[in-house]
Write a protein that binds this ligand. Structure first.
Ligand code: ADP
Ligand code: ADP
Ligand code: ZN
Length: 214
């Protein structure tokens, strides 16, 4: 089961990917999380990625592609995986398709979580993240049990620096310019499956499970 999650920043890719990963016991691979972990650890990659992330720009393909191919070669990916936030450009998708083909593999399903731009700023401004375990909340739509505290590990939740409205508008523009063309790319590959991402988190999840069980 090799799944790609498509959708604008804040569409709910990470939220749904977490749940799919849990249900099907496959790893959830988020390039954003990998870059943030590197940033926290102060690695070279983290330092390089930071400038782009802070500006709401994409990290260059050269820094992104090999990292994903190395990650999916690990043992825990043998039964499949769910990619969240990769690929994000046509060159990344082409690179990835070729890397999979070398292994005699292909993506089974690209789930496009559709949410209009009007809803995105709202979603991002209320997003809170756990710096320790990566869990994601929303102050209105998906609040933690105790305000400001992660349900899973008790850490204090933070607001991501790149979720400031100004950066969000930048990220949306980058999404439309560079990532949205992937919808056509995966449609042509015959694996695109759209879902209505404006529904409740549970309803979106039910729709995705239906697609995956087909
Ligand atoms: P969101 O889930 O809100 O879309 P992510 O956590 O996926 O945000 O990504 C945060 C930032 O990390 C992006 O704005 C970008 O700078 C960088 N990033 C993540 N994935 C990629 C990728 N595949 N290619 C280039 N940059 C990426
Ligand atoms: P992405 O990974 O696509 O950037 P996230 O999964 O981080 O998106 O979700 C963005 C924000 O919207 C988070 O605050 C999350 O809690 C919230 N969210 C996710 N799914 C829904 C939903 N179906 N309805 C309302 N809010 C949602
Ligand atoms: Zn946590």
């Amino acid at each position: 089961m090799k799944i790609v999650m498509l959708g604008a920043p804040g569409a709910g890719k990470g939220t749904q990917a977490d749940r799919i990963a849990e249900k099907y016991a496959i790893p959830h691979i988020s390039t954003g999380d990998i870059f943030r972990a590197n940033l926290k650890q102060g690695t070279e990659l983290g330092k390089k990625a930071k400038t782009y992330m802070d500006a709401g720009q994409l990290v260059p393909d050269e820094l992104t592609c090999d990292l994903v191919v190395d990650r999916i070669a690990q043992d825990d990916c043998s039964r499949g995986y769910i990619l969240d936030g990769f690929p994000r450009t046509i060159p990344q998708a082409e690179f990835f398709t070729a890397a999979l083909a070398e292994r005699g593999e292909k993506i089974d399903c690209a789930i496009d979580v559709e949410v209009p731009d009007e809803n995105i700023v709202n979603r991002m401004s209320g997003r809170r993240a756990c710096p320790d375990c990566g869990a994601t909340y929303h102050i209105v739509y998906i609040p933690p049990k105790k305000e400001g505290i992660c349900d899973h590990c008790g850490a204090a939740l933070i607001r991501r620096a790149d979720d400031e409205p100004e950066t969000v508008l930048n990220r949306l523009k980058v999404y439309h310019d560079q990532t949205q063309p992937l919808i056509d790319y995966y449609k042509k590959e015959g694996v695109l499956r759209p879902v209505d991402g404006t529904k409740d988190m549970d309803d979106v999840f039910t729709d995705i499970v239906k697609i995956l069980e087909d």
